[in-house]
Design a protein around this ligand. Structure first.
Ligand code: SF4
Length: 164
């Protein structure tokens, strides 16, 4: 990871370097969960089923640099689309900054503690099942709380990526 400017997370997303963009992620893992969309209503149902590459215990991608090789439809969260992904959790650092909000106190860039996201109830670590073992998604519909009291939402296809 390249050099990060002091308090870079307070800058507009458009000004971030690629390493800074990557570093903004709190690692909650919520965007690595499957979701289902009702074709008729457009309603998005959340699940506790994780992408096969997610380590369910730690909520980290097992092979982030090469994830597209294993999960070709893993899409990239970029500056161009960050404000058009309605299911990003309200805690997501990218969403918050896109909306002009500050990072939450527990974010590791402020707290200096990577585990704070777990204690805040935001991380999916230990709370999800891999798609390899899950069976039908319909059996795993959940409602994740917002604003750090638990849960989250997401879809398997989205990951953070540098702004271009
Ligand atoms: S939801 Fe946002 S903060 Fe959480 S893992 Fe995904 S990109 Fe990172």
């Amino acid at each position: 990871m390249g050099a990060l400017r002091e308090r870079f997370w307070e800058r507009p997303l458009a000004e971030l370097t690629r390493p800074e963009w990557e570093a903004l992620c709190d690692g909650c893992g919520r965007c690595c969960l499957h979701k289902m969309e009702d074709e008729d209503t457009g309603r998005i149902e959340e699940t506790n089923v994780a992408c096969r590459l997610l380590d369910c215990a730690s909520a980290t991608c097992r092979d982030y640099p090469n994830r597209k090789s294993f999960v070709p439809d893993c899409l990239r969260l970029t500056l161009k689309i960050v404000d058009r992904v309605p299911w990003l959790p309200s805690t997501c650092a990218y969403r918050r900054r896109a909306e002009g909000r500050s990072l939450p106190d527990w974010h590791y860039l402020l707290s200096g503690d990577r585990e704070a996201v777990v204690r805040a109830g935001v991380s999916v670590a230990g709370r999800v099942v891999s798609e390899v073992d899950a069976g039908p998604l319909e059996h795993h519909v959940v409602e994740w709380d917002e604003e750090g009291d638990g849960g989250g939402q997401g879809g398997r296809d989205w990951h953070r990526e540098a702004a271009e």
